[in-house]
Design a protein around this ligand. Structure first.
Ligand code: Q9C
Ligand code: ZN
Length: 666
């Protein structure tokens, strides 16, 4: 299993700057790169990465996306005087040239390709390239928006050409629309392009009609271009995560990329003078974490925008630290998306319904009619009630440290079962008083001494997680239901007010587990879910059980993850009931996706008889990327309609489940 995170940077890319006065361009400064590098050094992150050298891109690589005429034009800029540079610049929008920018632009492309080579060649698992100039606005024959060559678009073509990559996902979380990327792949179904962007009904730069949600791609590429317009500023963490859960991830899983490229612009973070959004730097840890579950973990992040130097540096650190596999930071106060975000989500889902099976079950409510139209901005000084106002000088907390416990994964196994590589086995014998307590309070029915010791071991794993001694744990037990109940009761009593229990399988979950409100239970089974999913027990059924991978992923992405993120558990217990048929890769996906919660504190429980799953479970707990599931088919419509009804009912309490405005069912 490939590990390691590449970091690509060269000081050379700081050696160009704006040489004249242009208010539109003055934010794109060399310090953007230096602050990122300094921060990565100071946080000790750069030292943990594999440093990969940069190189210059060749002409033929640049020509994968750009025209010969354009390349020849840019090639002349190093020899131009100030006046000639200004004249050359004037034919394009919001960009500037400098005698050294051509050199840097070739390095930016070359750095991106070095990153692709490192990941696709198996040298590292993932990585980030810190480059200037950015790329996603540049087009076949045009520089635009500080961009000269389209680094990421070229990388996608390069990966297809040199590594036979069949499907590339490009996630553009920069706050601007990467129209250059969209135009490059509009009719290409092998590249799925996703972008969210400040739009304000076309009032925001680059003011293109083509940036709206109804631009879904052309011809064979129809459905492979996803635009999520932000029609208001001030979008928050919840808005970003909602779009991931209800738009990007379901489609991305169905698409099943072989490689994920991220147009990693951080002008979508709080404090940015361009974006005016309110998502905090730690959200990029979660966005990154979620994307790491795709394409077997092959992810290349490439810097685009980001103009508040503090916010930018913090966001880059969050991204790199997540690529390195450190525990994700706690999610702060998530709730539902705002009305405007919800409207966008509803519109995108509805526009993409014809192309993706994961959206088939969504009803088609009328989309707000003004969505695509420019709407009159409010009069000066006036503000609509409920509209988000963002002050010029916002403040936010520096993201907390993300210490990794010394032991990653500790196991409680029967003595005849080998401990998997890289795992530690719980060695301590249970304290007599613990044995006593377990025997008296937590065990129902006759139990032998060995299973009693195992139960004590399960509790010990939970205790160690809470004390930050271990990140996660795995136990093979004789009765998974009993172990799970024991773990939950202990955790509720002594460890956390918010325990998330995820149960895959058909066992009965006693009502008392959730009655004190200290835990949330999500059960995915093959049984008809009891009609009143009560309190904190959410039970959802699949006709074919968990072996229906498409259905399972739909539930995991659209129901389990939003619930779990909003719940913000202190600990996660994941149990797989006896006889639960479930593909190994799907099981590993569930483990991987849950790792964004509770700082990665997951206790996985397997039953004797599921020994064949031990290796894969341990690997996933250790942070190995889950294997890709391959393109997903259509889930059973009936199942999805039942899940949809459940989601409807739960929305009143869990805003992150919403996908449409005011009670619609889309
Ligand atoms: N205030 C990147 O983030 N200026 N480019 C817009 C509206 C252009 C941004 C002016 C911004 C370009 C890579
Ligand atoms: Zn941008």
């Amino acid at each position: 299993m490939t590990s390691g995170t590449a970091l690509i940077f060269d000081e050379e890319m700081t050696r160009y700057k704006l040489l004249w006065v242009d208010p539109a361009c003055k934010i794109e400064v060399p310090e953007r790169l230096t602050v990122c590098c300094t921060a990565l050094q100071e946080e000790g992150l750069a030292q943990r990465c594999v440093s990969v050298p940069v190189r210059q891109a060749t002409d033929s690589e640049i020509l994968l996306v750009h025209s010969e005429e354009y390349l020849e034009g840019v090639k002349k800029t190093p020899y131009m005087n100030l006046e000639e540079l200004q004249t050359f610049t004037q034919q394009y929008g919001d960009v500037y040239f400098h005698p050294n920018i051509y050199h840097c632009a070739k390095m930016a492309v070359g750095s991106t390709l070095q990153l692709v080579d490192s990941v696709m060649g198996g040298k590292v698992r993932n990585g980030m390239a810190l480059v200037r100039p950015p790329g996603h606005h540049s087009q076949r024959s045009a520089a635009n928006g500080f961009c000269v060559f389209n680094n990421v678009a070229i990388a996608a073509q390069y990966a297809k050409k040199h590594y036979g990559v069949k499907r590339v996902l490009i996630v553009d979380w920069d706050v601007h629309h990467g129209q250059g990327v969209q135009f490059a792949f509009e009719d290409d179904p092998s590249v799925l392009y996703f972008s969210w962007h400040r739009y304000e009904h076309q009032e925001f730069w680059p003011n293109l009609r083509e940036s709206d949600y109804d631009n879904v791609g052309k011809e064979k590429g129809a459905g492979f271009n996803i635009n999520v317009p932000w029609n208001k500023v001030g979008m928050e963490n919840s808005d970003y995560l909602s779009v991931f859960f209800h738009v990007l991830l379901p489609i991305a899983y169905e698409f099943s990329p072989d490689l994920v490229l991220v147009c990693a612009g951080f002008d979508s973070a709080i404090g940015d003078p361009e974006g005016h959004m309110c998502a905090t730097p730690d959200i990029f840890a979660h966005l990154t974490r979620l994307l790491m579950s795709l394409a077997g973990g092959k992810l290349c992040a490439v810097l685009e925008g980001g103009y508040n130097l503090t916010s930018l540096a913090q966001s880059v650190c969050q991204t790199v630290q997540t690529l390195l596999g450190d525990p994700t930071p706690p999610t702060s106060e998530l709730n539902g998306p705002c009305e405007s975000a919800l409207e966008s989500i509803q519109c995108v889902r509805s526009a993409h319904k014809p192309f993706w099976a994961c959206l088939q079950h969504t009803a088609a409510p009328p989309v707000p009619e003004y969505s695509t139209k420019r709407c009159k901005l409010t009069e000066e000084g006036e503000s609509k009630p409920g509209e988000k106002e963002v002050a010029e000088d916002v403040m936010w907390m520096k993201p907390p440290d993300r210490p990794a416990p010394l032991v990653h994964t500790e196991v409680v196994f029967p003595s005849d079962l080998d401990v998997p590589d890289r795992c530690v086995s719980l060695s301590q014998a249970p304290a007599p008083e613990m044995l006593q307590r377990v025997r008296e309070n937590l065990v129902r029915g006759p139990e032998n001494e060995e299973s009693l010791t195992t139960l004590c071991g399960v509790i010990a794993l939970l205790e160690k997680m809470k004390k930050q001694e271990i990140r996660n744990g795995l136990a093979l037990v004789t009765d998974v239901t009993a172990a799970m109940l024991c773990a939950v009761e202990h955790a509720q009593m002594f460890l956390t007010n918010r325990l998330l229990l995820v149960f895959l399988g058909d066992a009965e979950i006693p009502a008392h587990v959730t009655k004190d409100g200290k835990s949330l239970v999500v059960k995915i089974s093959s049984q008809e879910p009891e009609e009143q999913t009560f309190g904190n027990l959410v039970s959802v059924g699949l006709k074919k059980g968990c072996s229906d991978t498409a259905g399972l992923m739909q539930i995991v992405l659209g129901l389990l993850l939003p619930l779990a993120y909003e719940y913000d558990p202190g600990l996660v217990v994941l149990a797989r009931g006896p006889g639960t048929e479930l593909g190994e890769a799907a099981w590993q996906q569930v483990i991987g996706l849950l790792q964004g919660l509770a700082q990665g504190h997951t206790l996985a429980l397997l039953q004797e008889g599921q020994r064949e799953a031990v290796g894969a479970t341990a690997a996933s707990l250790l942070g190995d990327p889950a294997p890709s599931l391959g393109p997903l088919g259509a889930p059973c419509l009936e199942d999805m309609e039942a899940m949809e009804r459940l989601r409807q009912r739960l929305q009143t309490h869990w805003g992150l489940l919403k996908t449409s405005v005011a009670g619609g069912s889309g």
